[in-house]
Design a protein around this ligand. Structure first.
Ligand code: 13P
Length: 288
């Protein structure tokens, strides 16, 4: 199956009251684990690529080539959306040029008028190529790939203006942050989420910072219109934990234990387990 844009998949999720996971990829093992697990679960999936991860993997063309090749070789039949995460204006254009099927243009650090104007341009270009667009108001707290947000809660009027530019899905700050949540975190602001959904009704909304949010809270947010949940750090923790165990147990010193395919086998399996756990929470199994 070719890559698909994200609008139709997420509108179906909104209607069906489940969410599709965006799992960020960093390399081949990440990509393969996520695709195989979602195929087994018959869940649609969004592969998220930050600008930093895109550069790390060699560039957007490399990413597109790897994902498309893998889907063919592994007979992946579920809908797969290849999505640029927190793209800059130039980054979003470059990812579209390389063949991504969806982009996030994150103009949340611009004054609102500039965010609106730039989003409008990206939407026009993206839609002329059948590519979906995510945009953001408010900001997601924490740090991701050098982009630091202070976690400002979205203003419903600004959210409405952003939706009116024609975007396909909306990311809005509702007290969520990237990475670990602090001990004294107050939780997601369900009041703001409900007000946003009333204001922009019918447009799927995105929950960034999916790591460490209790399952029941994620499910409550899904019931209020969250249709896409982004998870990155939790996969990195799961992967790193298994790498550490392998090395600490001295397995790289036993026989051919230094073979990268052996070193990365358990870390890759840990990613699969984490993806399964999330898909079950999000309710997207058997929705492909
Ligand atoms: P976490 O790293 O907190 O899971 O957030 C991921 C994310 O929102 C990617 O955009």
């Amino acid at each position: 199956m070719p890559l698909v844009e994200g609008g139709a998949v997420l509108r179906k999720a909104l209607e069906g009251k489940y969410a599709v996971g965006q799992f960020n990829i960093n390399n081949l093992e990440w990509t393969k684990s996520i695709l195989l697990e979602c195929e087994e679960l018959k869940s649609p999936v969004i592969l998220g690529v930050s600008e930093g991860a895109g550069k790390y993997m060699g560039g957007y063309n490399t990413v597109v080539g790897m994902v498309k090749g893998m889907m063919k070789d592994l007979n992946i039949t579920i809908p797969v959306i290849l999505h640029l995460d927190h793209g800059s204006y130039e980054g979003a254009k470059a990812a579209m040029e390389a063949g991504f099927s969806s982009v996030m243009f994150d103009g949340s650090h611009y004054p609102i008028d500039e965010n609106l104007a730039k989003t409008r341009e990206i939407v026009e270009l993206a839609h002329s190529k059948g590519i979906s667009v995510e945009a953001e108001v408010g900001s997601i707290g924490g740090e991701e790939d050098g982009v630091i947000g202070s976690g400002e809660v979205a203003d419903p009027a600004e959210a409405k203006a952003l939706v009116d530019t024609g975007i396909d899905f909306l990311a809005a700050g509702i007290g969520n942050i990237h990475g670990a949540y602090p001990e004294n975190w107050k939780g997601l602001d369900m009041e703001v989420l409900q007000e946003l959904q009333r204001t922009v009704g019918g447009v799927p909304m995105v929950l960034h910072g999916g790591t460490g949010i209790p399952a029941a809270m994620v499910q409550e947010a899904i019931s209020y219109g969250i249709s896409k949940v982004n998870v990155n750090t939790e996969l990195q923790w799961a992967f790193a934990e298994e790498v550490r165990k392998y090395i600490e147990a001295g397995k790289d010193k036993e026989g051919k234990g230094f073979d990268p395919r052996k070193i990365l086998a358990e870390p890759a399996a840990a990613i699969r387990r984490m993806v399964r756990e999330k898909v079950e929470i999000f309710g997207s199994a058997n929705k492909a």
